[in-house]
Design a protein around this ligand. Sequence first.
Ligand code: NAD
Length: 341
Amino acid sequence: MKQTIAFPSGTVDYYFKSKVEELSRICSNRDLILLTDVTIAALYPGLFAGRKHIIIPSGEDAKTAESIKEITKKLLELDATRKSMIVGIGGGVITDITGFVASVYMRGIKFGFVPTTLLAMVDAAIGGKNGVNVGLHKNILGTINQPEFILYDVKFLDTLPTPEWSNGFAEIIKYSCIFDSELFSELEDYDLSFYKTSPEAVAELIATCAGWKNKTVAEDELETGIRKLLNFGHTSGHAIETIYHLPHGQAVAIGMVIACKLSSEINGFSTAGTERLTDLLERYSLPVKYHFSAPHIMEVLKMDKKRNNKNIDFILLSQIGEGYIQSLPLETIEQTLNTCM
Ligand SMILES: NC(=O)c1ccc[n+]([C@@H]2O[C@H](COP(=O)([O-])OP(=O)(O)OC[C@H]3O[C@@H](n4cnc5c(N)ncnc54)[C@H](O)[C@@H]3O)[C@@H](O)[C@H]2O)c1
């Protein structure tokens, strides 16, 4: 099912409910270079045999400027030119790296994604943001640049470990909190084991979430307004992820609980709402608390790209299904973090 979405910087073809075998047709006549990680290369060797490819280590530690240098050397060895197309096949680490390296190699070459984690399918592959980390500074080098296409094949999820399913659900729950109370209720009606055995239901869920993200990014690609809503749970979540090396989804889950507590303090968001969220996160095997150090989190928050002098744009909830942007003083955030520890 092909759907073309227009963003200010360009259009992207979405192939929902598709098969990875379609890649040859979509990229016919292109000098194709596949970029993946060792896990995907080992699980799906047939995808790479006979095709130009680059394999990097798995995981967040590979999302660095050093990796970009290594990949660049390999692109040169593979004679990649401005006419080549890089296709990232993997989770969010691979899609972020692919988007970044393709944006800067020879001042930009075309690229596409085949996301293989639930998190990348519903979030990381969508929206054009890419980047790599430098030390504690997450995604500090990056661009906003849309891929040519995103090809979805839920068959990849057959090999996805359960904790990675949970990570994906953190982002799905995020969309339901800020935009879609019906989706929130649907998620309350089912659980991880239902979705793991229902590829059609998962494909629907992915299309719903991609729809929310696309609508938001199409309106505000450069994140000057409404796109900031997608950062619900991410401001403190990124800090927790960076300091404690938690997986992205787990850190975002804890960040969403913190954002609910801040919402209660600022606008009286109901305790019942926070309880519904914590129950839902636990239903999808996500953590709802963590023994973190508030001063360490504050240190990282102070370096946050979203900081504006002494305030940070935080995403709060007025109710389930309705997020909004609120500029908060650092002291207010610190006080709440102290109560969340
Ligand atoms: N650009 C964006 O808008 C955006 C949005 C959200 C997250 N992100 C980024 O995405 C990254 C997290 O993405 P992720 O959770 O997909 O992590 P990931 O890419 O590290 O993948 C998680 C693990 O699953 C493995 N894996 C991938 N697909 C698999 C499959 N089908 N079967 C078995 N194993 C598989 C990977 O090798 C890895 O070990 C973070 O770096 C985060 O910053 C970016």
